[in-house]
Design a protein around this ligand. Structure first.
Ligand code: GLY
Ligand code: MN
Ligand code: MN
Length: 420
């Protein structure tokens, strides 16, 4: 059974009998009069179909004795092709998704009518219609999913609309071997992108120039897009978590924080490293860096199936409460959250901050970030070290372990890259 068929099979197991799922890929949003933003597929749709084409729809019916799967795509239009390029053929869509029944959108409404109209026995009695009820999901011209929901209810008042997200999220949280491999490729490429930055990094360069190097390398080498807007923050700019402007010149004696990643086949690497521009940490930089590194390793030590993300974060906070006053970095332990105010982990996958149930204890197959930080504006020092880790039954595997984070490795690497 193919990867995508297997995912759909698992979803079928969770759907109650008498269900119809209408899962939209979405359509692109308008940016101005005659221009659209690049299309971003609804990842719940992509997860189940391997299709990234707008205006597509997955149609699943679950009954006691049968499960039916259809994929709907736009019909071929030579006119449209002249404006917006090639679209998937029925055969291509069928091959990518492993769905035999691929139909075109001009027969979608009649298929829905066949399923839902009073007294129809075509698909058996359908009681529940599942939709992805994300408010931002746009499914047609001036039509968001909530409008679509109202439209369905006015046509078929006896159905019950349900949200599919609580059924797909638990599936997406546990990664298959295939997904783990995709993410490893994204991380590997990200490591190469970081090395490109280091070869170019010199005092006086602007932060945005380094961000640009990273962006171009991904596209040039693999057409890999960014997982998220690259953060390159030098000196005290690193004390803003999602520092957006990137317009400062890099200074020799500063640390520089990279928070970045590429997507591979949709899977998002999310890596942070903090390196000295000169290739050598000052004493204070090293002390702060080692404290964050210890916290990062502590999470690796504790992370395993059954533990919650909150417990991991509490461990980090407790450690900082002990360590920061001892090092003379803060006076009172209750001040820790002023210098570390985010969370240590989030799930990673098709979204950088992947869908998750944050209160659920971790399970084998989850991939999460491990990203403690410390931010001292008064010293102009912000440090974050972020690995991507795979949870296993009795521990975790650090997928990003080959990206240097020990002080001696960093000092060697930065020097080496700068001499190239
Ligand atoms: N890059 C955003 C984050 O680390 O969560
Ligand atoms: Mn990050
Ligand atoms: Mn992260």
């Amino acid at each position: 059974m193919s990867e995508y068929e297997n995912r759909r099979k698992k979803l079928f197991e969770l759907l109650p009998e008498g269900s119809l799922l209408l899962l939209h890929s979405g359509v692109s949003k308008i940016s101005s009069e005659d221009e659209n933003f690049p299309f971003v597929v609804n990842n719940n749709f992509f997860y189940l179909t391997n299709i990234r084409q707008e205006n597509s729809l997955l149609f699943l019916v679950k009954q006691i004795s049968e499960e039916k799967t259809y994929l709907f795509i736009d019909e071929y239009s030579p006119e449209k092709e002249k404006w917006t390029g090639k679209r998937l053929s029925i055969e291509q869509a069928s091959t990518y998704s492993d769905i035999k029944n691929v139909l075109t959108n001009n027969v979608l409404d009649s298929k829905i009518d066949l399923a839902l109209k009073e007294g129809s026995t075509h698909f058996g009695k359908i009681k529940y219609v599942y939709l992805d009820l994300s408010n931002e999901l746009k499914v047609g011209d001036d039509l968001f999913i909530r409008d679509y929901q109202s439209r369905l209810l006015s046509l078929y008042p006896n159905i019950q609309i349900m949200d599919i997200r609580p059924l797909i999220t638990p599936l997406r949280m546990v990664k298959s071997n295939f997904e783990i491999e995709q993410l490893k490729k994204a991380i590997n490429l990200t490591q190469h992108g970081i090395n490109q930055i280091l070869m170019y990094m010199k005092p006086n360069k602007f932060e945005y120039q380094l961000a640009n190097i990273f962006y171009c390398y991904g596209i040039e080498s693999s057409r890999a897009p960014l997982s998220f807007q690259t953060i390159i923050a030098s000196g005290k700019n690193a004390t803003c978590l999602h520092y957006p402007t990137q317009d400062a010149r890099i200074k020799e004696n500063e640390l520089i924080l990279f928070d970045l990643g590429y997507k591979y086949d949709g899977y998002c690497a999310d890596i942070s490293r903090t390196y000295p521009v000169s290739g050598k940490f000052t004493d204070l930089q090293r002390i702060i860096y080692q404290t964050v590194l210890y916290a990062n390793k502590m999470v690796i030590e504790y992370a395993k199936e059954g533990v919650t993300i909150k417990e991991l974060n509490d461990k980090v906070i407790d450690y900082y409460k002990q360590e920061l006053p001892r090092l003379g970095l803060i006076d009172k332990d209750e001040d820790v959250r002023k210098y570390y105010w985010h969370n240590v982990s989030h799930h990673i996958g098709l979204d950088t901050h992947d869908v998750s149930d944050r209160n659920k204890p971790l399970q084998a197959g989850n991939i999460i970030s491990d990203e403690p930080g410390l931010y001292f504006e008064k010293y102009g020092i912000g440090v974050r070290i972020e690995d991507d880790i795979l949870i296993t039954k009795d521990g975790c595997e650090v997928l990003s372990r080959s990206i240097p984070k020990e002080v001696f490795e960093i000092e060697e690497l930065v020097k080496q890259c700068q001499n190239k």
